[in-house]
Every structure is written in C-alpha cells, then in structure tokens.
Design a protein around this ligand. Structure first.
Ligand code: RUQ
Ligand code: CUA
Ligand code: CA
Length: 644
C-alpha cells in the first residue's frame, strides 16, 4: 500500500484531534460494538464547513437549499428501524413528507387497527396482530431496464423475517410475506431484470439474505449441535410476493446485491466460521461473497432437485460448497473476501460488485464477467474474479456510486467517507503504484453506517447527492436526555471534492435508504372507489345490518358530516363499521375515532376502511372526525348507542 499516494491530507488540526479521539474510543469497543445499520439525510444549513476534509473553496454544483414553497428534486425512501415504518423525504432539503406504516401499528393511519391493515400485517386466530415489533433495515425500489420504475419499494423486517412491499402510487404497504426456515433476515435486493423471459425487463424477484444461522428444522431439539445450524438464501416473487425458492448454504448471508443482466445475485458473508459467539465469528482471515447462478437454481427447482423442511412447502436447493465443487454445474460460487465483510454493492456500469472489509481496511472489487466465466469452467480459480483489493481506511461498510467511475465508502471507525476511483484501484492492485485511487476523504459526524447517492445503484446514477447515516451524533445537537438522535448528513458530490452541506437529527434508526429522481415517482392523491370491494358508494347504502349478534354499520363521510349521524347496536354485538370517504377533493382526509373503544383511523379521499370490535360497554359514545378537514371539523360527528 502506498499510504502517501492515497491519503489526501486536508484536515484542520481540530478535525484531526476529533478523529484521534474517536478512533481510540471506537477501536477500544470495536469487537463488542456490532456494526449495525445506517440511515437518513439532513437539511440544516451549515455555514462554513466545520466538518473537515473539505477545502473551503470547493465549489458545490447545485444548491441544497429549497426555499419555502419550492419542491425538492428527489424523493428519499428511508427505513425506520425499530419503528417498523418507511419514511419519505424530500431531498436535498431533508424534509420528511410522509411515513408509510408497514410492520408496526400506526396511530394516525389506523394501521393495525383497521381490518384491511390487519389482513396485510397478519393476525392470530383471535384476530389480534401476530407481531407488534419489527426492525426495518433495507429499502429498495423496483427496476425496469436497470433503473427505478417507481412502481414498488420493498423493506425487510429483521426480527420476524418478513418482507413488505409498498405501492409507490399511493405510498401504502400492500403485501407482507413471512419467510420460512430462517432467522435474522437482513439483506434484500430486487432483480434489475429477468433474463429468462426476454419480453420481461422489470423486477420479477426479490432476493433475501438470512444473517443468523439457526437449527433446520427448528423444532426445539437443538441448541448445542451446531452442525444443525443452517442459513438460507431466499427468492421472493415480486408480483405475488410468494416465496419461490431457497438455497441452503454454508456460513451466513448478510447484505444482497443483484447484477444488471439478471444472471447473478450475491450476498456477503461475515460468519463463514459458523460461530455463535462474536470471537468465533472473527477467526478466519477471509470470509466470502457468495454468488448465486439464478438460471441454474431455477432449473434445479424445475427439475425437482430440492428438499422441503418442516411445514414449509418452499423448495430448497443445495448450495453448499461440498455439493458445488464443479463450476460447470455449480449453483453457487464462493469468492474469498477479507475479514467479516459488510455490504455488497453493484456499480452502476454493471461490471463490478464491491465488498467492504469491515474488520479489514480494504475494499474488494469483483468482476462479474469473471464470475460468469468461472461458472463456465474457464477460470483456474475463483480468486481470479477479484480484480482489486485496496486499502480504504478503518471499518469500511457500505459503498455508493456517482456514475462517473467513483465509489464512496463509509469508514465506521475513521468516521469518514472515502471517495475512490474504481479503475485506478484496479490499476493500483495490478501493480501500477502511481495509480492514485483515493480521490478525497471527508469527516462525518460520527461513525457512519449506510450511505447512498442519488440514483446510485441504477444505470442512471447521477452523482449529485450523497446521504450518510451516522450512527452517533455525540455533540452535534442539543442534548435531549440519554437517548441521542442519529445524524443524517448530506454531501454534495457533484465536484471532485465532497462538500458537506447539511445535517439533520433523526430518531433511531433509519439504517438504509434510496434517493430517487422525483419525476420517476408518480403518486396519486385520490384513491379509486373501485379499488375497495367493500366501498359504500352512496349514502343510500348506509345503515345498520344485523345477522344474529354480528352487526355491520355502513357509514360515509363528506365534509362536514358523517352519514349515519347516529346508529344503535346492542351490548355483546360484534360490530363492523365500514366507512367510505366520498369526498373527491385532494387533501380532504377525515378521521374516525370512537370514544372508549380504542378506535381511530383516517380515510383519505375515495378510500374505504373498516374496523371490527366487541360492543362491550353500554352507553352513548361520540364518534368524531379526528383529522382536521374543514371549518366545521369539530362539528363533524356521529353517535353510537350501545343499548344495555
Ligand atoms: S446493515 S451499517 Cu442492516 Cu444495512 Cu450496514
Ligand atoms: Cu372530517 Cu375533520
Ligand atoms: Ca468471519
């Protein structure tokens, strides 16, 4: 390594001090501090750059300021971590526009309260929610021709191994699938195209990596016999959201990447050792990046070469190293990567996957055409697919791209982002010690996890903005008690040097995110009545309909009144209220809250929702509009009598 050649020194003394402090503290805790997820982008104007690594004279190509009344030029889709939601931001302002509730209940929308949302979230036989907690990490959008098509986004729940799809036309979650046989579901990535059917060139599958290995089958018999612990790589159908197939592997999965030709998917592995304690997961100098040959796997499934496990009917093919030694028939290739790598990312020109070393200060560039050659039996060793392994800094985690040949990698321990040139890194690795691959470094505040650039993992990467999710904000914001916010920072990457432009505190913790050009997303602002099979299309259809002690109450809303303005049920009834909002005007959302009955939800224009509850408390209860809709919003009410 030629450290001099590849480490621009442009830090102020203050920044150096800060970094030294951070390095000492962070290194002391490195083994114990599991490097979790990264996050969101920010919006406060930062006058002069106090944030090291940037020459004051650096010129920003575009202003990050969005004046009142102006619209942002990008959408950001940010995972919400423990909150189980997805946040929608405008960028570069960093303003939060919307939250899409996904895995956890949401009190504004009534997500987890209404029957429709419960059906998507999953319930027990008594109608209660199956899960109340979630841990969203990674958000990715659907693709067509190698770029976002604005149709769907997906997000994972690490705790309960669920994958959710969001419709981007209405920004609602419409399907959730629980993946069988796995634990610690972490990485996801959609297909960028499907090569099997040339007529189809949009996302047809989403690939999912399970981080934790667990007994297979997991039936309560095994804790100590680690040979029973297995991890699986999973393929979910993008349209039906059914699980198509799984691959049994050695070691674990982590993050996931897909190629632009639809032939390969990959997952990085940090626990090839199969350890269950962190010390055991750090034994090997090299772990791996596994490559899956999609066409061969789908053929093996078609040919019936699979097993099933436990109650699951999902076909599981054998991707273990022992069974895949012959490249010409192998379903899986294992590329050795140093040490506990984190993150695998596909460069926008389609040639390379980048793995970051985490416990090794290196980035590894893997050439996809060489991986395909290995599968054709044309390489002596899979190691030949590695075209560079270069030093980047301490604790490299995730990589983004500018579409001009440069990569940006977060350095968790250094609290920096390093900008590096891929072709120069390859030259340097081949022996050209004059090839200067590190272009720039910038300090971030502090300990960055994820980062992403505008349109980064598409063929339209435009190299304008880079958002960095810093895990620790330390001294950056007013103290607000023991729980610190995380710090989302925004960097202008349009020039040679990176320029820090803004930062924003964020409630923990966003993990991953994507930044999409605004004209790709085409949201509707009014629903279509016909989308709801139970819609009450006319006030004339309203009323109380009884079948034994099951009662259906059909209600419509139109500002400033509910129709029915009152209704009666009997104590002990199981009541289902169906409410259609007949207002057609954009932004005319109503709420429906029932005193003492634990019910509140909103209905957007032309939307229908329903709730079911037991009328167990006799009395008169106001049902009121809980969403400010009209000058007569307070007057917008109905009454429910629960007759004794
Ligand atoms: S992981 S800090 Cu959940 Cu995305 Cu890398
Ligand atoms: Cu309707 Cu407020
Ligand atoms: Ca390891």
């Amino acid at each position: 390594m030629s450290a001099d050649n590849n480490n621009p020194k442009n830090d102020s003394p203050l920044d150096l001090d800060r970094r030294k402090f951070l390095n000492t503290a962070a290194v002391a805790g490195v083994a114990g501090t599991l490097l979790t997820v990264g996050g969101l982008a920010g919006c406060k104007k930062e006058g002069t750059s106090t944030t090291g690594g940037v020459a004051a004279s650096a010129t920003a190509g575009s202003s990050h300021e969005v004046a009142p009344g102006e619209l942002d030029s990008y959408y950001g889709f940010w995972s919400g971590g423990h909150m189980g939601d997805v946040r929608v931001l405008g960028l570069p302002s960093g303003r939060e526009i919307h939250r899409i509730p996904v895995f956890n209940p949401d009190a504004l929308v009534g997500w987890g309260i209404t029957n429709e949302s419960k059906a998507i979230m999953g319930t027990n036989s008594d109608g209660s929610l199956k899960y109340h907690v979630a841990d969203t990490h990674h958000v990715h959008g659907s693709y067509k021709d190698g770029t976002y098509d604005g149709k769907y986004a997906w997000v994972n729940d690490k705790i309960n191994c669920r994958i959710a799809r969001m419709r981007l036309d209405v920004m609602d979650c419409d399907k959730i699938t629980e993946i069988p046989n796995i634990q610690g579901f972490h990485g996801i990535f959609p297909d960028k195209r499907d090569p099997v059917d040339q007529a189809i060139n949009y996302t047809t599958r989403v690939f999912c990596g399970s981080e934790f290995h667990a007994p297979l089958p997991n039936d309560g018999h095994d804790m100590d016999d680690l040979t029973k612990y297995r991890a699986l790589f999973t393929c979910v159908d993008a349209e039906t959201m059914d699980v198509r197939w799984q691959v049994l592997i050695d070691g674990n999965c982590d993050l996931v990447a897909t190629s632009y030709d639809g032939k390969l998917a990959a997952t990085n592995q940090y626990n090839t050792e199969g350890g269950v304690k962190y010390v055991d997961m750090m034994n090997a100098e090299k772990d791996a990046c596994l490559f899956f040959n999609i066409a061969r796997i789908e053929q093996a499934v078609k040919d019936g070469k699979f097993k099933t496990y436990g109650k699951s009917k999902v076909p599981v093919v054998d991707g273990t190293l022992e069974s895949n030694k012959d490249p010409k028939t192998a379903l899986v290739a294992s590329v050795p990567v140093p040490k506990n790598p984190h993150g695998v990312n596909a460069s926008p020109e389609g040639k390379y996957f980048i793995c970051a070393g985490k416990l090794s200060p290196t980035g590894t560039i893997i050439d996809l055409s060489l991986v395909l050659k290995w599968f054709d039996g044309e390489l002596k060793s899979i190691d030949e697919a590695i075209v560079a392994e270069v030093e980047l800094g301490l604790g490299p985690l995730h990589t983004a791209f500018d579409g001009r040949g440069n990569a940006f990698t977060t350095l968790f321990l250094d609290s920096q982002v390093v900008k590096w040139n891929l072709e120069n890194a390859i030259k340097f690795y081949k022996g050209d010690k004059n090839a200067k691959y590190v272009v720039d470094r910038i300090d971030v505040q502090y300990q960055p996890g994820h980062l992403n650039a505008s349109m980064s993992e598409t063929k339209d990467a435009d190299g304008k903005w880079l958002a960095v999710g810093c895990k620790f904000s330390k001294d950056r914001f007013l103290p607000a008690g023991p729980l610190h916010p995380e710090n989302e920072q925004l960097i202008d990457i349009s020039g040679e040097k990176m320029v820090m432009v803004s930062e924003h505190p964020v409630r923990p913790e966003p993990h991953d995110f994507i930044i999409v050009k605004r004209d790709i997303i085409k949201p509707r602002q009014v629903y279509n009545l016909d989308e709801f099979p139970n819609a009450v299309k006319d006030p004339a259809e309203c009323g109380v309909f009884r079948q034994g002690n099951k009662v259906t109450v059909k209600i419509t809303s139109m500002a400033p009144a509910f129709y029915l303005s009152d209704f009666k049920v009997k104590v002990g009834d199981e009541v289902t209220i169906i409410l259609t909002n007949l207002d057609k005007v954009e932004d005319l959302t109503h709420g429906f809250a029932i005193e003492k009955y634990n019910i509140n939800f909103i209905v957007n224009p032309q939307e229908t929702k329903s709730v079911t509850f037991k009328a167990d408390k006799p009395g008169m209860y106001w049902c009121y509009c809980s969403h400010f809709c009209h000058a007569l919003h307070l007057e917008m009410r109905s009454r429910m009598l629960v007759e004794a």
